[in-house]
Design a protein. Structure first.
Length: 274
């Protein structure tokens, strides 16, 4: 672990990304408690520019944009983390089964995985959310369903490369249960690329949620950055800041996650450490 942090700190871009991500996380966790303004409350006149009373201005209905930005951070990060966690769980289980078992089970699981990959991710997410009605739960489920195939194929490839290694064959010869071999021996050795992929998937999930909210398929009961952009897309010339501010927040968060992902890749990949 000390070696990991030493290599991670050498990547200045990754350290910058971690700092930006920590800032966004702090806003998401502590922001609503420090900035006690309801993002749905009609606080002032519509289209008010940034001022002392409204640091980021107001939207088309007179709602405080700063409150929306603070509360939207929690929603966007929550959706990204939960959807990525669900996708990782499904992808790791199916990929591990396919890579370790091989044979007909591998063929069946990979054909099932390829079926999901033949459909464009965003279109499938739109269809799923439209079917299940827009809500945070349906958005998380939709994003997880379009994200897990990448993880499954990655884990399968790692298991195919590791299952014939000497330490695995030694565990088989000792009579170790298959579950223990898969989850205690092989999976920890395949964790590095999965961790890197997971960090990048959070960024993709945030973008997908923003896109769905922009199209009006977000949860109507919660404020998110995508909802803020979607509600102001018709007034870009009149009040550009209404779309620019949440768009900048999405840009910074996604950029930070990608920088952290690259830093993790450098620190966890022995070849890149050299």
């Amino acid at each position: 672990m000390p070696a990991f942090w030493r290599h991670f700190r050498r990547n200045r871009a990754a350290v910058l990304g971690a700092g930006l991500l920590a800032l966004v996380g702090t806003v998401a966790l502590a922001g609503p408690a420090l900035y006690r303004v309801d993002p749905w409350e009609l606080a002032g006149r519509p289209f008010s520019p940034p001022s002392g009373q409204f640091p980021l201005g107001t939207d088309t209905l007179g709602r405080d944009l700063a409150a929306g930005l603070v509360h939207g951070a929690r929603v966007s990060l929550l959706v990204g983390l939960v959807a990525t966690g669900a996708a990782l769980l499904v992808g790791i289980v199916l990929g591990a089964l396919a890579g370790y078992a091989g044979g007909w089970l591998d063929d069946v699981l990979m054909r099932f995985t390829e079926f999901f990959q033949t459909i464009p991710s965003f279109i499938l997410a739109v269809v799923l959310v439209a079917i299940f009605q827009p809500s945070l739960t349906s958005i998380v489920v939709a994003i997880a369903m379009v994200s897990w195939p990448t993880v499954a194929r990655l884990v399968r490839g790692e298991f195919l490369a590791l299952r014939h290694r000497d330490f695995v064959q030694a565990c088989v010869a000792l009579g170790m249960p298959v579950r223990a071999i898969v989850f205690r021996q092989i999976l920890p050795n395949a964790a590095a690329p999965v961790i890197v992929t997971g960090s990048l998937m959070v960024a993709t999930a945030i973008l997908l949620e923003s896109g769905l909210s922009f199209l009006g398929l977000g949860d109507p009961n919660v404020m998110s950055w995508g909802f803020m952009i979607g509600s102001s897309r018709t007034v870009l010339r009149q009040a550009w800041w209404m779309s620019a501010i949440p768009g900048l927040a999405i840009l910074v968060t996604v950029l930070a996650l990608n920088l952290v992902g690259e830093g993790l890749n450098d620190a966890l990949n022995p070849r890149l450490r050299r």
